[in-house]
Design a protein around this ligand. Structure first.
Ligand code: G3I
Length: 498
């Protein structure tokens, strides 16, 4: 049998994640820790934003403009540093439905394809918004506009079904100032329930995507607008309106400066039972200290799952290069703000709390409800998921190998979605990012040990939404398994014989 080879550069990251899993296991068992978990980071610092953020299970993203994908400096920085992508304008209403009922995904797909081909996940932005509506929509009102909004959400979400990490379902629906109420818009005038209708429509169209409410000037906890959005999210959660996350755009400037209560804002939203994502970060003036504070505030809250900056270089910013709002200067050089962000991410402690995923059925229907025991056979390789050398050691990365009937290829799918081997070890995703290893680990009930066997043959991790993947499209004995963005290729499809 092949041996378990873990790439050296992923070792310290895996050890951090492992500590997180151990911490979770101890917490679940209610055990007083005989094992002391060292505080703070372990191992060498990572050298890119994405890798540094991944150490605590978070992503670090950027807005990408389709028109700049031919700029090699832009794409090389973006590819190197970021692992989440938001289309800056290309998935908006005017771009995707320029004429009623006629959808155009040319530029949205360019951004999407660039991201996925480079191993990145994608945030969808945005489905329902008072701005950037095509002319035909601007002139609608009442039930006609309401129906157009529903049709638009269905058309766009369906096109990207199963491919989007999180959708900004509704963007900027609250008013600035002291009212704490809704912004006037043609959508608002269709009835106050337009936001929940948008969320319900999006959930039905793609049950696997996280659904976010996204806004600016909701960063300062003491502001009425923040409280207005908070009350809406609390109301939605109490009534079962499907919402999974809140996007804090976090465009900071002198009129809307960073405030030290930002951490309270993040933790307060998280306490409602939603993820928080920093979705469009830029800071006019580019203060390295403020950038570090923003990152540290996110890192302090388990459900703050990732940070996206709104552009790559200062020259790419909607604010203009002279405001110096981003992490790279207009020549592509790393700024002081970049270094402070990287250092903050590298100093993060591993996050012991798994993030929640939507409690809904997956994109593709699970075919197995549990109870069976059998092999997990790769469609591309014909080989079976195998624990190397019949190891029982926690942390052993699994591989594919010629199928046989020994215990190290016998997997029992439990009713809670675990794949158990040897009766007490579980198939375990060592994190939530692309490329994290899939290993065996003592079963402890975490979402990183739960899986969905889908009707299209993919097996998705409940925590990450990523797919069980034979690395590098490998098919030979000893090919290691990892988690990777779902694309449904033969190295991600499996036959479950249980
Ligand atoms: O591409 C055309 C160009 O051909 C034309 O000559 C030029 C003339 O004005 O316009 C160009 O399009 C502009 C587009 O950005 C691409 O640069 C639009 O006019 C301009 O309105 C558009 O601005 C975008 C803005 O949203 C529109 O509301 C910004 O790029 C984009 O960064 C910004 O992003 C928003 C988020 O979606 C929501 N939160 C706030 C954030 C910043 O405003």
């Amino acid at each position: 049998m092949g041996t378990n080879v873990t790439p050296p550069d992923s070792r310290h990251r895996s050890s951090k994640v492992l500590r997180a899993v151990v911490a979770g296991a101890l917490g679940v068992a209610g055990t007083v820790a005989a094992l002391t978990l060292p505080a703070g980071p372990v191992g060498a610092a990572e050298s890119t934003l994405a890798a540094a953020a991944a150490q605590s299970g978070r992503y670090f993203g950027t807005a990408i403009a389709a028109g700049k994908l031919g700029d090699s400096q832009y794409t090389s920085i973006a590819n190197r540093e970021f692992n989440m992508v938001t289309a800056e304008n290309e998935m908006k209403i005017d771009a995707t439905e320029p004429n009623r009922g006629q959808f155009n995904f040319t530029n949205g797909d360019r951004v999407y394809n660039w991201a996925v081909q480079n191993g990145k996940r994608v945030r969808g932005h945005t489905l329902a918004w008072y701005s950037q509506q095509p002319g035909w929509m601007q002139s609608l009102s009442g039930s006609s506009l309401r129906q157009a909004m529903i049709d638009h959400i269905n058309g766009v979400v369906n096109h990207y079904k199963g491919k989007i990490y999180a959708w900004d379902v509704v963007n900027e629906a609250f008013a600035d100032g002291n009212s704490g109420g809704r912004r006037d818009s043609n959508l608002q005038r269709t009835g106050n329930d337009w936001i929940e209708v948008a969320f319900r429509t999006a959930r039905a169209a793609d049950p696997a995507a996280k659904l976010c409410y996204n806004d600016y000037n909701i960063d300062n906890w003491s502001w009425a607008k923040t409280q207005g959005v908070y009350n809406m999210v609390r109301d939605f959660k109490s009534r079962g309106v499907p919402i999974d996350c809140v996007g804090l755009q976090s465009h900071f400037n002198s009129q809307s400066p960073y405030n030290s209560n930002y951490r309270t804002t993040i933790s307060s939203f998280a306490a409602l039972g939603v993820d928080v994502q920093i979705t469009e970060l830029d800071i006019q003036g580019g203060s390295a200290q403020t950038y570090a504070s923003v990152v540290n505030d996110c890192l302090a809250v388990a459900r703050c799952t990732g940070i996206t900056v709104w552009g790559v270089r200062d020259s790419d910013s909607w604010l203009g290069a002279n405001t110096s709002p981003l992490l790279f200067d207009s020549s592509g050089n790393k700024k002081a703000a970049y270094t402070s962000v990287l250092n903050a991410l590298n100093n993060a402690s591993p996050n012991p709390t798994p993030t929640a995923t939507p409690t809904v059925t997956p994109t593709v229907t699970p075919t197995s409800g549990g109870g069976g025991t059998g092999q997990i056979r790769g469609v591309g390789s014909g080989r079976c998921v195998d624990v190397p050398n019949s190891s029982t050691t926690d942390g052993t990365q699994v591989q594919i190998y010629d199928c046989h009937t020994n215990a190290n290829q016998q997997w029992t799918l439990t009713s809670s979605g675990e794949f158990q081997v040897y009766g007490n070890k579980c198939l375990d995703a060592a994190g939530t990012g692309n490329g994290v290893k899939v290993q065996i680990y003592s079963c402890w009930g975490g979402d990183n040990q739960k899986w969905r066997v889908n009707s299209n043959g993919t097996i998705t991790g409940v925590q990450s939404g990523l797919c069980l993947d034979a690395a590098n499209n490998g098919s030979g004995n000893g090919t290691l398994l990892q988690m990777y963005s779902c694309h449904g290729g033969n190295n991600q499809r499996w036959t479950w014989t249980g």
